[in-house]
Design a protein around this ligand. Structure first.
Ligand SMILES: [Zn+2]
Length: 423
């Protein structure tokens, strides 16, 4: 009511946000537009009502700018801290840093929150008659049993974990076991141990859920499968931006094609003014650098990180629709890569969109998010800029728009651009 440009009719008094929102379409602008300024209309088009992720309305902490609860700010407020859990914070930091597919890290995050369903948990909630493991009948089906101790899985661990380390490995409690092994980056022939470990744990859960432990035809050699998979994941992450320290060097940067069998999504967002008129764009390409689909999105008015996230979100949507099973996502914003890979506090203003993206990341496909330099993200940047010339909304392209053909060709041929890099 405070922002209305004319008097609002009686019928609108007491109306809720959800009355002006149509799922799958967006804002019911016919009802809203007559009463607000054009500027506000642009701002509104960048906002979505989150009815998809199932997350309820959340409270934001008023004492910090990003709405995130911190102990320091709470300490200023109260004399004691009742929420801070140093061990779990450490654990989650570790989870988001391990080199593994995003859905694997999301799984560990769930495990840390005791968010996976076992017979022990079902029994506790009175929705199961027994807490015993139905696969081996050899013990209570706890999280640790499923992931480590159940006969089928223990057999796999014994072939992966070095003999000298096995006693300690099988003696640890659940959280200790996860924390210690996720922290162990000892090199193996299949990449760091933490990666191999994370992937073996994830597959332990996958196999259990699919109840395919007995199916020998599908998984003839699980150990080999897990090892090969870990190695592949390790290799995919090789091209990412290194940690910057020390002196400046001139380096040539070019777009690199995805590994065999993978598709690469480059996405980008642009905001003129931050917040200001904003767009996003993205492109899917195969190992030969060929165009497999792309889009440009004219968002309205919003901040740069929000525009970037919209780019990732639509890129994921389109890739999923195309039934791509292995996707490398490249973004040139380290902030956005961080949100996607390390999560975001619930109270952060961008958390709804990060959640929508996480919804895609946790689906049944391989997705790897990497932060690259701007020079390697030229085509996505071009698409985002192109979107400024298009009407509001999403525009998808089966072929590269003619204006950007030369950029696509350059990338295809591996043309590089120079950049000063701190090394
Ligand atoms: Zn069992």
């Amino acid at each position: 009511m405070e922002v209305a440009t004319t008097d609002v009719p009686e019928a609108y008094v007491g109306m809720k946000v959800c009355d002006l929102w149509i799922d799958g379409t967006g804002w019911d602008l016919g009802k809203i537009a007559p009463f607000i300024s054009d500027d506000l209309k642009l701002e509104l088009s960048a906002v979505v009502v989150d009815r998809v992720t199932g997350a309820g309305d959340r409270l934001a902490w008023n004492e910090t700018p990003d709405g995130q609860f911190t102990v320091t700010s709470a300490y200023r407020f109260l004399s004691r801290d009742g929420i801070y859990k140093p061990d779990m914070e450490n654990f989650f930091n570790r989870v988001w840093r391990v080199r593994a597919p995003e859905r694997v890290r999301v799984f560990f995050w769930l495990v840390g929150n005791k968010g996976i369903m076992t017979n022990q948990e079902r029994f506790r909630r009175h929705i199961s008659e027994s807490e015993i493991c139905q696969v081996c009948k050899g013990g209570v089906e706890s999280i640790l049993h499923v992931l480590r101790d159940c006969l089928a899985m223990a057999g796999i661990w014994k072939r992966i974990v070095p003999r000298g380390k096995q006693q300690v490995f099988f003696a640890m409690s659940c959280m200790e076991w996860l924390f210690v092994d996720l922290n162990d980056n000892t090199a193996t022939e299949n990449g760091p141990w933490s990666t191999l470990f994370a992937i073996a744990v994830w597959w332990a859960w996958k196999w259990r859920c699919g109840n395919v432990f007995g199916d020998q035809t599908l998984w003839r050699d699980r150990v080999k499968f897990v090892k090969d998979y870990a190695k592949e994941i390790f290799l995919v992450g090789e091209g990412s931006v290194p940690v910057e320290t020390g002196s400046r060097h001139d380096r040539l940067i070019s777009w690199t094609p995805p590994m065999l069998g993978w598709i690469k999504l480059n996405s980008d967002g642009a905001s003129r003014g931050n917040p200001g008129l904003a767009t996003a764009g993205g492109v899917l390409r195969d190992g030969d650098g060929k165009w497999c689909g792309g889009f440009a999105l004219n968002i309205g008015r919003c901040t740069a990180p929000l525009a970037e996230l919209w780019g990732v979100y639509y890129g994921l949507c389109i890739a999923w629709d195309k039934q791509i099973t292995r996707l490398e996502v490249e973004v040139d914003s380290s902030v956005v890569a961080g949100f996607l890979r390390q999560g975001i506090p619930d109270t952060h203003p961008l958390s709804f969109l990060v959640r929508l993206c996480h919804g895609f990341l946790s689906k049944d496909w391989e997705v790897r998010v990497t932060h690259v330099y701007r020079e390697a993200n030229h085509l996505a940047d071009g698409l985002a800029n192109y979107a400024f010339t298009l009407p509001l909304g999403l525009h998808t392209f089966d072929f590269v728009p003619p204006d950007l053909l030369s950029v696509l060709r350059d990338d295809e041929c591996g043309v590089s651009r120079s950049r000063f890099i701190y090394m």
